[in-house]
Structures are given as structure tokens and as C-alpha cells.
Design a protein around this ligand. Structure first.
Ligand code: GTP
Ligand code: MG
Length: 513
């Protein structure tokens, strides 16, 4: 297919998750609204043998069609399909595998309907949903299947009792009431005493569900010269209703869930690289870990240490020099958010590389600049920063993100200012928290004013508003573009202002590449 200028909409936006290698892939499909579907088609209650056989026939067709399915287990309106561990079915692409399974199963259900219900028209199209789950080892895949079979037992045991009671004349509500809180033995007793039914004599298909797999069967291939049959072991797709919880079945059928035989190169398949979607602004938020302890050890001023905040700002400015694609930074307390321009190709938008290199560079800058900001303080504990990555598709959302962080700065700083004023005035810390509990912003302003004659709005803007870091044109930094053209250069500014609509109107160029 020719690559048009529009082709990027596929290349950059379509991500098909590859399911991890060396895992058993399970697709579980489930009939949608089968409660209604079974009513409309007058299925027998609680189990309709024909409906279940139809499900089994569909599962058998699945194994015939897709050889990589090694086992299937079904009950009621659901069926699980297990792919062999090392399957390369559609290169393990999740959406392909899921949609194909659900679609094929649905169409076989429709095609085979008449075989199982010759006297019933299909009055509504049946449809199924599905999910994909990966199980990493033999134990978890066995446990998955056991879980489904236990579920089958619990539901069928209950439903058998429930419908016996209803058919004997009880209302559905009464039947429900009778069964409430009963254990397995109680249900068995109820069946045998009231209905002379031994639950174990109920059809195995109802009690155990159905397993579909390739079984070893002896078949006659030809006869020898003397007329004696020559038999061979062949694998034939089989439906059984056996126990798959205990070890017996799996002991006899070890070949079904064999672990894959890989060559060592397969380890590369585990390196699953997440690329951040294109045409999105990437935000990396860095925050210092265990900063309480760090600030205590280095005896930072409470609640705000101006020098420590300036050190954060200096590190942020260096980040902007290091990464020209950062268009904006916002920080307060122990955190800093960096906004990368929408089309940055930094590390080909590989999430982990962006995340790790940002947190590493920031840490380095912080350490490098420490002596400059704290000439008489030894850095006695290495600082560490964690980082997370966010993706926002529109500038408006990035602005809302930044406003959210600024509101957080305001809330925390106002609280901390009050808290430390109270503590410094002699209240103990518990009392200070008590006093502030449930107070609104204006209550805190009033408290500061009344008790300490302090106007919160006169506190340093860096504490109240946090710090914005961005490039702006600067007259004294002239850049020679050519022999006779000189332009204003760009410099990194750090301001402490409201990031409201006014700010963005004035700095519209920030988002405008
Ligand atoms: P969704 O799966 O959420 O769309 O709802 P659902 O209505 O399909 O219910 P769910 O899958 O939880 O349960 C399956 C339902 O199918 C049961 O509650 C029954 O109502 C119905 N069903 C499945 N097998 C039989 C059957 O053999 N006989 C009858 N009468 N009903 C059945
Ligand atoms: Mg269903």
C-alpha cells in the first residue's frame, strides 16, 4: 500500500497489544443477554441439553479451525479457549485473536442452530463478548480451569435445587428463600429427601461442564495380508464431561498443556516497548521521595525553604536547557511537572526511556547545584526522585492539569502556613491539626489575620503560587541568524503567577510551536 501523507494516522495511533510470550492465552467468550435469549427460544431450565450440545459443537469447530487451541472448557453460555503456550497465532495480537474467536464462534452457532433445534427458528441473532487473559505457568492455567469448573458445580447445584422447588409448586421467591445460606450437603439432602434425586446421577454435562481437546484414540487404519486390523494411535477432537480439577485428568493428558520449547532468542519478545501516542502533550511529573526525612536531615525551613525551592527551580531550568522539547515546567514543594511539546520525538516517545532519563537528569542537576545553593550545608543523604508520565491530547487539558497542581500548591501551602504558625506560637501539633480540621480557605485567612496579624496574600508568591518555568524572548540575548539578521534570543524565565486564562492569553506562543 502506498504511503500517503495520511498514513501516519495508522502508524502513529494504531497500537495492537502483543500478548506476552511464554504464556497460555485464554479467550473466554460469554453469551450476551442469554437470560433473554434462552427465554425467547424456550430453553429448558436449568439446563437445555440441546443448547449445551450446540455450544460444544461450536467449540469443536473452533479446535478444528484453529489448531493452536489445545483445550476448551464450557459451561452455560460461556466457553474458554486455551492456546498453546508458544502460539504465534496472529503474532499474538490481542485484538485479532479476540475478535476472530468471538466472530467465528458466533457464526458457527448460527450455522449449526438448525442441527440442534430443527423445530425452532432462530428468532434473534445470538452474540457473544469475550476477553483475553494470559496465564504464565502450568499452575495458573490449571487453576484457571479448576475455577471455571468449581463455578459450574456451584451454579448447577443451586440451579438444580431451585428449579426442582419451582417445578414442585414453590414460587421463585420461596425457592430462593429455602436455599438461602445452604451448604452443599444441605442441597444434596434436599434433593434426595424431597425429590428422591441423587445429585451425582444428574448428567455429567450439567455437573461438570464440557471439555474439548484432542484425545489419543486407537483407530483401524487398514488390515494386514491376513485380515488382521492394523491400529494406530491418532489424535481426535473429543468432548468429555470429566473432572478437570483433580490431578487425574491432567496426569493422563500431559501432552495437552505442554510447555513450549523455545530457542533462547525468544527472551527478546518480552521487551515490550510502550510508545506514547503521537499528537499528545507528554507531561513528566517528578517528585522527591521521602522528602519529609530529607528536609529534616538538611534542616530546611518550615513550611517553605526558599533556598530549597530555588534549587528545584534551578534544576528545572537546566532541564529546559537539556531538553529543548520541554515547553513548560511547573513546580512547588518537592515536585516538578514538565510539559513536552506535542510532537516531541524524544527517545521515539518510548515511555520508559523518557521517564527514566528525566528522573535521572533532574536528580543529577539537583546534586550538581546543591553546593551553589547551600554552600555551608553538606548533602548528607542522596536525594531521589520518582517520575510518572501522563499524556494529554489537547492544550486545554494540559492547562487544566497545571491549574490542578497549582490549586494543590495553594491548598497545601495555606494549610502548612497556618499549621506552622500555630505550632510556633506554642500549640502542639495534634492541637494545630484539630484547629484546622474542616476549615475552608477563607477561615484560614481569617485565622492568620486574627491570631497573627498576617495577611496570607502578602506571603511570598513562590510559596503561594509555585513556580512556572518557560522560555521567553529576551532583548539582551541577541542571536545572529545570518550576516545581517539578528533576532532576540530565548531565555528561561521563572515566575510565580496564576496560570489562569490571562496568563495563557499572554503566553499563547508556549503551546504554539
Ligand atoms: P451477560 O452475559 O452479562 O450479557 O448476561 P446473561 O443474560 O448472558 O447472563 P450470564 O452470562 O451471567 O448467565 C447466563 C444466563 O444464560 C443464565 O443466567 C441463564 O439465564 C441463561 N442460560 C444459559 N444456559 C442455559 C440453559 O441451558 N437453559 C436455560 N434455560 N437458560 C440458560
Ligand atoms: Mg452471558
Amino acid at each position: 500500500m502506498a504511503n500517503s501523507e495520511y498514513e501516519y494516522v495508522k502508524r502513529e495511533f494504531e497500537f495492537d497489544r502483543r500478548l506476552p510470550a511464554s504464556n497460555w492465552i485464554v479467550v473466554r467468550i460469554d453469551g450476551c443477554h442469554f437470560h433473554r435469549f434462552s427465554k425467547i427460544h424456550a430453553f429448558e431450565k436449568p439446563n437445555d441439553e440441546n443448547a449445551l450440545r450446540l455450544m460444544n459443537a461450536c467449540a469443536t469447530s473452533m479446535l478444528e479451525k484453529f489448531p493452536d487451541i489445545v483445550f476448551a472448557y464450557g459451561v452455560s453460555d460461556e466457553y474458554s479457549f486455551v492456546f498453546r503456550e508458544e502460539t504465534e497465532f496472529y503474532q499474538r495480537r490481542e485484538s485479532k485473536i479476540l475478535s476472530i474467536c468471538v466472530s467465528y464462534f458466533t457464526s458457527v452457532y448460527g450455522m449449526k442452530w438448525k442441527d440442534f433445534f430443527p423445530n425452532k427458528d432462530l428468532r434473534e441473532p445470538p452474540y457473544f463478548d469475550g476477553r483475553v487473559v494470559c496465564y504464565p505457568n502450568m499452575k495458573t492455567i490449571h487453576d484457571y480451569l479448576a475455577w471455571r469448573q468449581v463455578d459450574c458445580h456451584i451454579n448447577n447445584h443451586y440451579n438444580t435445587c431451585f428449579w426442582m422447588l419451582v417445578k414442585s409448586g414453590k414460587t421463585e421467591k420461596e425457592a430462593q428463600q429455602t436455599l438461602k445460606g445452604t451448604f452443599s450437603e444441605d442441597k444434596n439432602e434436599l434433593l434426595s429427601q424431597q425429590f428422591q434425586v441423587n445429585y451425582e446421577d444428574e448428567p455429567a454435562m450439567f455437573r461438570k461442564g464440557s471439555s474439548v481437546y484432542r484425545d489419543k484414540v486407537e483407530t483401524k487404519v487398514k488390515t494386514d495380508d491376513y485380515g488382521n486390523p492394523i491400529k494406530r494411535i491418532r489424535l481426535a477432537i473429543t468432548v468429555s464431561n470429566l473432572d478437570i480439577i483433580g490431578p487425574e485428568f491432567w496426569g493422563k493428558h500431559q501432552y495437552i498443556l505442554q510447555e513450549g520449547k523455545y530457542r533462547y532468542e525468544y527472551v527478546k519478545k518480552f521487551d515490550d516497548i510502550r510508545r506514547l501516542p503521537c499528537c499528545n502533550w507528554i507531561v513528566v511529573r517528578i517528585s522527591a521521595c521521602q522528602f519529609d526525612k530529607f528536609s529534616l536531615i538538611h534542616s530546611f525551613d518550615k513550611p517553605n525553604d526558599e533556598t530549597a525551592l530555588s534549587l528545584m527551580n534551578a534544576s528545572a531550568s537546566l532541564m529546559m536547557e537539556q531538553f529543548p522539547d520541554i515547553i513548560f515546567g511547573y513546580g512547588f514543594s518537592n515536585e516538578y511537572s514538565f510539559v513536552f511539546q506535542e510532537n516531541t520525538e524524544l527517545y521515539q516517545r518510548n515511555e520508559r526511556l523518557i521517564l527514566s532519563s528525566c528522573s535521572s537528569w533532574f536528580t543529577s542537576f539537583y546534586m550538581m547545584k546543591w553546593k551553589e545553593y547551600f554552600p555551608s550545608k553538606e548533602l548528607v543523604q542522596p536525594p531521589k526522585f520518582e517520575a510518572e508520565v501522563l499524556c494529554y491530547p489537547k492544550p486545554k487539558i494540559v492547562c487544566d492539569y497545571l491549574s490542578w497542581r497549582q490549586a494543590e500548591c495553594h491548598n497545601r501551602n495555606q494549610y502548612n502556613t497556618c499549621f506552622w504558625m500555630l505550632v510556633k506560637s506554642g500549640e502542639d501539633e495534634n492541637k494545630a491539626n484539630e484547629i484546622l480540621k474542616g476549615t475552608l480557605s477563607k477561615d484560614k485567612n481569617e485565622l492568620l489575620f486574627q491570631r497573627f496579624q498576617m495577611n496570607y496574600n502578602n506571603e511570598p508568591a513562590m510559596f503561594r503560587k509555585g513556580s512556572c518555568t518557560y522560555r521567553q524572548k529576551c532583548k539582551w540575548l541577541q542571536v545572529k541568524v545570518s550576516e545581517d539578521v539578528v533576532r532576540d534570543g530565548w531565555d528561561v524565565a521563572v515566575t510565580h503567577v496564576d496560570m489562569g486564562p490571562d496568563f495563557w492569553r499572554k503566553h499563547i506562543y508556549i503551546f504554539d510551536k
